[in-house]
Design a protein around this ligand. Structure first.
Ligand code: HDE
Length: 718
């Protein structure tokens, strides 16, 4: 039931003038007020507004008798409940949303006329939904997977959706293959196993026969697929889009999101543990950060490529399995997005938001990327079954701010009450309203690309270099990152039961990098097969020789921007630090450490053998039973009675060490360090801190995120 809300304030949808009205601080948030309900202090009613007297008992023939069909209150309640669920998204089912704002830097008018990218004074409201791809709605956040990074800008010219991922390329080149890819990665159809995982036969069967996926596979097997936080991921538009400027000149554009907290990941073993200890880890992390005022921020970056340069690259700009190396075309930062408000209602907002990369505004247009072109069909189509009909744009989270006027009418759940007799055009009975808009006044006109072509089902040969950028990505990684890719492939292929699929995949890896293939083969106890890689993406009448992958040149051999080792490492803001303590802990120094960490924006929690008071005014936030090292970024050992003999504390420390985290030992806790499994390994380890300048050194180590070099010995029990 809608509460009698405070009337929507000035600047809500209805009040906004289509032409450049000054917007309130966040016009979208205000526009949602009219649709929110708050039961605080209200009486309970049925959906028709009838006050309910008894919500505890159904109507019966006698208090021990059968329930009566007459009970319209019971029937209404149960009926609504029965229909609470809608189909989950066929991909990207598991997601988390947040509201925020975008502010342009105002430096891109040379390339685009999109108003929200030009006006530095205006804050454009945004709604963002992050997601995993393969898992169901209730699956773990920490699956090895691509992350969706979908951003809606509620601009003065309508909604612009940048529906991207946290990886800049994709598995396939043509929309025609998308259902195959997704069928291969989803749980296998006979037993619906495994959930939210690509480590199974059908996925690798498809991949090993689809060499165009090689580049994306490198990304998916890298640590990019197991982010530390949704707030610490890059985002990419993936496809090449077009910008159009005021003079009508077009250029190609690639979109990037650069997180101000840097790009960081967890370890794979850690990810698997988090999935058990807190499957909502990413969702909770995003929610908590926003609730605590630690607002995540990203800069929007663009790579602009003049139309004249379309054929200057050794790959095709229309091929979504390729990125444009930042060394060739630098990323220009053109604005900042800040996420500053959690949704009020998950279903109404995060679940019902209906993104579509076809939602664009003047100044932005599409390219002929065949993956992009197919997506232009899919997104509206999928909402029709997911949200139940053609009026999903009327759901509050989907409404544009500048109002909707056209001759579309009726359909399931129509909300709008259209006045007047005319719902057609041209009309003379209604002044021919709503009127079309001249381009000069903001009417959208598609970019007039010249096309002279034969109608044909085919792919240009410029799409056939499948391995050069896969090799560029692998080459650009630090040694620990390379090790992680090798481990990930060994893990995934190890779960594949069909040996022929494993072998075929080794053949693909050989085309990317011989050492990579050899290391994975060793782990699998197999030999790397020689011979050409099969490409099965060919039509029935195609000659396989015409479709063989070709070897490109790779103008760039190493791209530092592709390695997370080169990301920003200058803050511990919002990092979670565990302080291990037991009864009798020195309260003064514990409080000093906590204060120092919190002063840097970190979140510190005291973990002890039991809850309650453990020292002079010190309370445990969690006991070892409820806490786990994998849920923290670093550990401070504050000490206390018997901590060196506390098995849970030692396990906590060993595991933190294994996952390459910073660990500091307070003076007087030497016995605890001695009892760990890594006491003999701390010499020259920059992440194990003792002695002088402890806090300073500890903070520096946390800024470094992880001491990845530590992990290879694999000798730490945990
Ligand atoms: Fe999507 N994708 N996709 N996708 N996609 C969907 O739309 C589809 C692709 C992406 O948080 C669906 O509303 C096709 C690339 C995100 O609500 C569906 C193809 C990229 C989200 C769909 C692709 C994406 C989706 C499912 C190949 C990165 C979640 C529910 C032609 C650039 C949006 C929905 C959200 C969701 C189709 C490929 C990103 C079925 C056919 C490439 C972030 O329409």
């Amino acid at each position: 039931m809608e509460k009698k809300n405070t009337p929507p304030k000035k600047g809500t949808e209805s009040a906004i003038d289509q032409k450049l009205a000054p917007q309130p601080e966040n016009a979208k948030t205000e526009s949602l007020i009219a649709h929110t309900a708050d039961a605080t202090g209200e009486s309970m009613t049925t959906n028709t507004g009838l006050a309910i007297n008894d919500d505890q008992n159904s109507l019966k023939a006698g208090d021990r008798g059968p329930s009566l069909l007459e009970d319209f209150i019971l029937r209404e309640k149960i009926t609504h409940f029965d229909h609470e669920r809608i189909p989950e998204r066929v991909v990207h089912a598991r997601g988390s949303g947040a509201h925020g704002v975008f502010k342009a830097y105002g430096n891109i008018s040379k390339a685009t006329k999109a108003k929200f990218l030009l006006d530095t004074k205006r804050e454009t409201p945004v709604f963002v939904r992050f997601s995993t791809v393969a898992g169901s709605k209730g699956s773990t956040d920490l699956a090895r997977d691509v992350r969706g990074f979908a951003v809606r800008f509620y601009t003065e010219e309508g909604n612009f959706d940048l529906v991207g991922n946290n990886m800049p390329v994709f598995f396939i080149q043509d929309a025609m293959k998308f259902p195959d890819l997704i069928h291969a990665v989803k749980p296998e159809p006979d037993n619906e196993i495994p959930q939210a995982a690509s480590a199974h036969d059908t996925f690798w069967d498809f991949i090993s026969l689809t060499p165009e996926s090689a580049h994306m596979i490198m990304w998916a097997m890298s640590d990019r697929a197991i982010p530390r936080s949704l707030r610490m991921m890059e985002g990419f538009g993936v496809h090449t889009f077009r910008f159009i400027n005021e003079a009508g000149k077009a250029s190609f554009v690639k979109f990037h999101w650069k997180p101000l907290l840097g790009v960081h990941s967890v370890a794979w073993d850690e990810a698997q543990n988090i999935s058990g200890k807190d499957p909502d880890f990413h969702r909770r992390d995003l929610w908590d950060a926003i609730e605590s005022g630690s607002f995540p921020e990203w800069e929007l970056g663009v790579q602009i490529i003049p139309e004249e340069d379309e054929f200057k690259f050794d790959f095709d700009l229309l091929d979504p399995t390729k990125l444009v190396p930042e060394e060739l075309v630098p990323v220009e930062r053109i604005g900042k997005m800040t996420l500053n408000r959690n949704p009020d209602n998950f279903f109404a907002e995060t679940e019902q938001v209906a993104f579509h990369l076809g939602h664009i505004v003047p100044g932005i247009d599409f390219s002929n990327d065949p993956l992009l072109q197919g997506r232009l069909f899919s997104y509206t189509d999928t909402q029709l079954s997911r949200l139940g009909g053609p009026n999903f744009q009327e759901i509050p989270i989907n409404r544009p701010l500048n109002g909707v006027h056209n001759n579309q009418r009726d359909g399931h759940m129509r909300q709008m009450i259209n006045k007047g007799k005319t719902s057609y055009g041209p009309n003379s009975l209604g002044n021919n309203d709503p009127q079309q808009v001249k381009e000069a006044n903001g009417g959208f006109v598609s970019y007039q690309q010249r096309i002279e072509a034969r109608k044909i089902r085919a792919r240009n040969k410029s799409f056939f270099d499948h391995f050069s950028q896969a090799n560029l990505f692998f080459n650009s990684q630090s040694q620990p990152e390379k090790n992680h890719i090798i481990d990930a492939l060994t893990f995934e292929l190890g779960k594949v039961k069909t040996v022929a699929v494993r072998e075929r995949m080794l053949g693909v890896l050989l085309q990317i990098d011989a050492t990579l293939a050899k290391m994975v083969a060793d782990g699998l106890g197999l030999q790397v097969p020689e011979g050409p890689v099969l490409n099965q993406n060919i039509p029935a009448d195609g000659d396989p020789a015409d479709y063989a992958p070709v070897k490109g040149k790779n103008a760039v051999k190493i791209s530092p921007a592709l390695s997370m080792a080169n990301t920003i490492k200058d803050t511990i803001k919002s990092r979670k630090i565990a302080i291990l303590a037991a009864e009798g802990v020195k309260a003064q120094s514990l409080n000093a450490v906590k204060a120092a960490l919190e002063a840097e924006g970190a979140v510190a929690e005291v973990i002890a053998p039991k809850l309650g008071l453990i020292g002079d005014g010190v309370e445990a936030d969690q006991s070892f039973l409820g806490a786990a090292s994998v849920l923290f970024d670093a550990v401070y050992v504050a000490g206390g009675k018997g901590l060196d003999a506390e098995a849970n504390a030692l396990h906590f420390l060993n595991e933190a060490f294994k996952h390459c985290k910073a660990i500091a030992f307070e003076d007087g806790t030497e016995a605890i360090l001695a009892a760990t499994g890594f006491s003999q390994k701390v010499k020259d380890d920059p992440g194990v801190i003792t002695g002088k300048d402890m806090i300073k050194n500890f903070i520096t180590a946390i800024k470094g995120h992880r001491v990845w070099e530590r992990e290879k010995s694999r000798l730490i029990p945990a």
